[in-house]
Every structure is written in C-alpha cells, then in structure tokens.
Design a protein. Structure first.
Length: 462
C-alpha cells in the first residue's frame, strides 16, 4: 500500500540505542522492533505484547539440572481505529494526485473517519530496498513524510471569514449593516482589492460571507475588531493551539499580533496587517485540522471534542474490550456568547452553497451541506491554495449523523481548478449514498455533472 493511511499507521523498525535507553524500564529489549511514528509509535506499548523465552537451570559445567521451562510469548492488544476504510479510500481517490489533504471527522464525538495527505509513501520500500529508499524519500522536495493535515499550515484565506463572522456577531455588529464594495478600498497609502474586481455592490453580513467579499470583511475587521479582537476570538476557537490528537507531529498555525510582528520582523503593526488578517491572509496561517475543529465548534454550538483515532482496545485472547474511548471536551464557549450566533453562522454557511461562491460545484444529490470556500494567493499571481471547509447534513434530528469535511489543495499543483470543492462534493456523495469513488463518478456522469466529465476510471462501475 502507498495510501495516506500509512501516515496514520506509520511503520516498524529496529529499536535504536537511544530509544532503548529511554524504554528499558518499560520492558523493551535491545533487539525489539518498535513503532517509529503514527499509531504504531503512540500505542506501541499496547501492540507489542511480551517476548517468550526458554528457561534452563544449569550447573557450573553448563549441564541441565532441571527440565526446560517454556514461557510462551503473549500477543499485544488489538486496536480498533475510528478510520472508516471505505471513506478513507473514497477521500484518497477524490483528492487524487494533488498535493494537499482531506479530513473527515464526526463533530459530535471527535472521531477521525478519514485523513488524507498527498503525496504519501510506501513503507514496504524500507524493507525491500533498505536505507537508500528512506534517504531518497527524505530528500524528495514534495515531502511525502509530511502529514499535511496536521503538520502544514497555510493562509486560510476566505475560509477564515467564518471566524470573522462569529467575532463580529459576538461583538454586537449589526448583521443588516451594508457596506459598499466597489472592487477595492484604500487604507492609508495602500489600495486593497476584492477578488471580484468590478465589486459586489452593497452587501450585508450574510451576503458578504456568501459572496466572500474582501472589502466587507476588511472594513469590518479594521473598524470594529482590530487585530486584538481577531486574536481574541481565534484563541476562543483554539486556532494557533494544539488539539492533542493521538498521533505525533501535530503543529499549530499562527494568529499574529503586534508583539509577534515586533519580535519576528522588528517593525510595527499596521492597519494593512489588520486588513490582511481580516480576510485570512498576511501573517495568519492555520492547519487543516484547526479548520476542521473550528467548523466542528460551529456545528456543536460552541463545544469542541478532542479529535482521535483510537476507538477501543481489545484483548485478542478473550475478546474483552479493555478500553473504550470516550469523547472528551477540550473547548467549551457556550456560556460566553449568545447561542443564536451559532445558528446564524450555520445559516450563513448554508447560503455559501445555495447562493454563494460554492453553488457551481456542490452538485451532489443526496445531502444538503453548509460550508465556506477559500482561495489563498501565494507568491506570484494566479498561484492559489484552495480550501473548502464544510459539514453535512445541514439539517438533521440526529447530530451524530453529521460529518465535517475539510479539503485543502496546495498552490503547487499544476493547475488551480477549485478541486477542493469538487473533492468534498464527491466525498459527501460517497458517504451519504454509500458509494465508492467509482460509483460516485459514474452516477454523476449520468446526471451530467460538469466537473466529472473528464475523469477517466480504470474500470467503469455498472
């Protein structure tokens, strides 16, 4: 296998002297094979079991003076993960050979149903080709060892406007207040453009989120929130902080403030910095997992559950469940803001799909979703990171039915084509219609969905 599941499970290898010195008191031997990363590393003590051995009693000349005692080995525990193999494969194929990541999680519990990062690697090569394969992968400029879902941070671009909408409403901003977008605005001695060069005209808050208007959020961010307000509500949602997910290597993004800029760049904070932060650009960065957690908190009305992979631990000899994971609240802001704000943002995110920037590409016919697009300019013109952060079903009587899907496609792919939205749409179709990727594409082709027409399947589904 060379799918993204390898970045979750990772691989085994001989224990090093340094590792043995640290693990000696935990029963490890100098010839053990241990997990080197991922689930294999975090839960190695549960998986490894104990070695068997022969015990002989001998005299001074080495002759046996008793019967050989055989101490049999004991198997380690079996681990049941939250990953759904069908959803994992669906997400891998929907993303395809594009540098980026996908996260599918259950907001009501924190269970990770799928986590994809491309490119990945095949750990079998370590055993087949030896150290040379590890060296070549380590030097690969596409960084296949990097789990982009938890270890890479990017400008969130317009997906950050969910946070901005929340912050504005929490600070008492009138959602009906209209701001005129003429395609650009001047702040100090600089001009800032909206993505729609001709302008959006007059917009209220809900319309501004649906149309992703930079002028609206830039104006509101500078006038009403300031960078202090933006950082306050970013901290409330846990941006720039670790979630504690149970695989190694999680990093956090960056929510800047004037002191941070002074420390890093030795220059003062400007109004332009605040405006850039208001639209998820400039010094602001987030990981895909942070955005998945943000959406989960919106869905849950202010509660965030710790994301996790380990569901339960089973004794293979008896079948007994020796540990069952329970959901764990790691953030709870329900008492800090009006609960109606969450309902309003959910409605506004639905508007992005029905009348806003995502309406042309969300074409599945099985589930209504809510979400937000994001297009972050990187370096030269026409070089963009693409985001789509979302959840579905939009309306349901059972919150356990919902999933959060975050897709992120890096700017360093050959063509920018809004694939983050399209991949998410196919993932929702597959999950809620119980279809494989091939069945999703085939059914969408029959409905003449425009973005699947050039997808060629190795073997068309009937």
């Amino acid at each position: 296998s060379s799918g993204s599941i390898e970045l979750i499970l990772c691989y085994l290898c001989n224990i090093t002297m340094e590792e043995w010195q640290m693990l000696y008191n935990q029963g490890y031997e100098n010839d053990n094979i241990i997990g080197k990363n991922g689930i294999e590393k975090v839960y190695d003590s549960l998986l490894k079991g104990t070695n068997g051995f022969y015990l002989n009693t001998v005299d001074v000349k080495g002759r046996n003076v008793s019967d050989t005692q055989i101490i049999p080995p004991e198997n380690g525990y079996n681990l049941v993960l939250t990953v759904d193999k069908d959803i994992q494969l669906l997400a891998e194929k929907a993303l395809g050979p594009r540098m980026g990541s996908v996260i599918v999680l259950k907001p009501y519990t924190g269970e990770i149903l799928a986590m994809v990062s491309y490119p990945s690697y095949n750990p079998d090569l370590f055993y087949e080709e030896g150290p040379q394969s590890f060296k070549s992968l380590s030097l690969n400029r596409d960084f296949p060892f990097l789990n982009r879902a938890i270890q890479s941070s990017y400008a969130p671009a317009s997906s950050f406007k969910i946070l901005m909408t929340f912050a504005l409403l929490a600070e008492g901003w009138d959602p009906n207040r209209e701001i005129l977008c003429q395609g650009s605005m001047t702040l100090g001695d600089r001009d800032f453009s909206c993505w729609k060069k001709t302008g959006h005209g007059s917009l209220n808050l809900q319309e501004a989120l649906a149309q992703s208007c930079n002028i609206y959020f830039g104006t509101a961010g500078v006038e009403s929130l300031g960078i202090e307000g933006i950082k306050k509500y970013s901290d409330m949602f846990g941006l720039d902080q670790l979630s504690g997910i149970d695989i190694p290597g999680e990093t956090s993004g960056n929510i800047p403030d004037p002191q941070w800029k002074e420390d890093i760049y030795h220059t003062p904070w400007t109004g332009g910095d605040t405006l850039n932060a208001s639209i998820g650009q400039g010094f602001v960065s987030v990981t895909p997992l942070e955005m998945a957690n943000l959406v989960a908190m919106i869905v849950n009305g202010g509660v965030l559950y710790k994301p996790y992979f380990l569901d339960k631990v089973i004794n293979p000899a008896t079948g007994e469940v020796v540990m069952q994971q329970e959901k764990e609240i790691i953030r709870d802001i329900r008492g800090m803001v009006d609960p109606e704000i969450f309902t309003q943002i959910q409605e506004d995110m639905r508007g992005v799909i029905t009348t806003g920037t995502a309406r042309v590409a969300i074409l599945n016919n099985v589930v209504d979703i809510a979400g937000k697009t994001g297009t972050g300019e990187v370096g030269l013109d026409d070089n963009f990171h693409a985001w789509f952060v979302s959840y579905g079903p939009y309306e349901t009587e059972n919150p356990e039915d919902r999933v959060v899907v975050v897709t992120q496609v890096e700017a360093y792919n050959d063509n920018w084509d809004w694939w983050a939205i399209k991949a998410a749409d196919m993932i929702y179709q597959g999950i809620f219609a119980d279809q494989t990727y091939e069945e999703v594409v085939t059914s969408m082709k029959k409905r003449w969905v425009w973005y699947v027409r050039d997808i060629e399947l190795e073997e068309e589904s009937p």
